[in-house]
Design a protein around this ligand. Structure first.
Ligand SMILES: C[S@@+](CC[C@H](N)C(=O)[O-])C[C@H]1O[C@@H](n2cnc3c(N)ncnc32)[C@H](O)[C@@H]1O
Length: 240
């Protein structure tokens, strides 16, 4: 796994964060050192796929990056399912396809370079959107959830994981501070943390737990709940 040093040197003008080849090359290391609880969420995706995947249905990993969640889904699917990994970054898609080619699970998989707002969701039993809705313009998020909910069969699920915000200012400050401490513990310098934060400003825009639950309800899920939270990173399970 190549170490993430993308923001290790001083940058005069920090550009908006992009999922380009430089990021894709180190992304596995970056996400594991930046998102507290990420390995647990991958395990939960495996557990929930085992429980909820239905034969002869489609499954989707929206914003699949290098395919970490895609692989977890695929390795727990009935053979008759078909899995789609969707990402709009060419650099991610290229590397994700190579990762899928090294996996020999029986369910078929296609990695598609596409904006997830264009993805047709149909006959679905499992949809995962892992730390990706936060990069979609806020005004488009409800419509994305709505289209996902419409495409999921009764009894199927959506697993949504996101960085979250807090309405209470003290809590927000504490969680931001603890997240930075987590990143320092993972070996990132203050400079790396500050420059990445500047790059993500207005690019990664989090919602609160309450906003997510309300949107999931409004999208038409019968039941939605928080299934994991580690500092300011949370995962939700929504059942159609
Ligand atoms: C934080 S990463 C997701 C991590 C990944 N789901 C995992 O579990 O390892 C966000 C990904 O979403 C992709 N992305 C962002 N906006 C997108 C969009 N509108 N449509 C499709 N993919 C998008 C990015 O290219 C990036 O690969």
């Amino acid at each position: 796994m190549k170490k993430d040093t993308v923001y290790s040197q001083p940058i005069t003008q920090v550009n908006r964060f992009r999922f380009d080849a430089t990021v894709a090359d180190v992304f596995e290391n970056m996400i594991n050192r930046s998102v507290p609880g990420y390995p647990l969420i991958l395990d939960l995706i495996g557990v929930l796929t085992e429980k909820y995947a239905m034969a002869d249905t489609n499954c989707y990993d929206l914003g699949c990056s290098l395919g970490a969640a895609t692989l977890r889904i695929r390795q727990h699917l009935p053979q008759s399912c078909h899995l789609f990994g969707i990402d709009n970054s060419a650099a991610m898609v290229e590397r994700c396809r190579a990762n899928m080619a090294r996996d020999h699970s029986q369910a078929s998989v296609a990695i598609i370079e596409q904006s997830l707002q264009q993805t047709k969701i149909e006959n679905a039993s499992i949809v995962v959107i892992n730390f990706t809705l936060q990069f979609i313009p806020d005004a488009e998020r409800q419509a994305v959830l709505q289209r996902i909910a419409t495409g999921i069969n009764p009894g199927g699920i959506l697993i949504l994981a996101e960085k979250i915000s807090f309405n209470n200012i003290e809590k927000q400050d504490l969680m931001t501070d603890l997240h930075h401490e987590f990143k320092k513990y993972q070996g990132y310098s203050d400079l790396e943390i500050a420059q990445k934060r500047a790059a993500l400003e207005n690019v990664l825009v989090p919602n609160s737990e309450q906003e997510h639950l309300q949107r999931l309800r409004q999208a038409g899920f019968a039941e939605s709940q928080l299934i994991s939270r580690c500092l300011n990173f949370a995962a939700f399970l929504a059942i159609k």
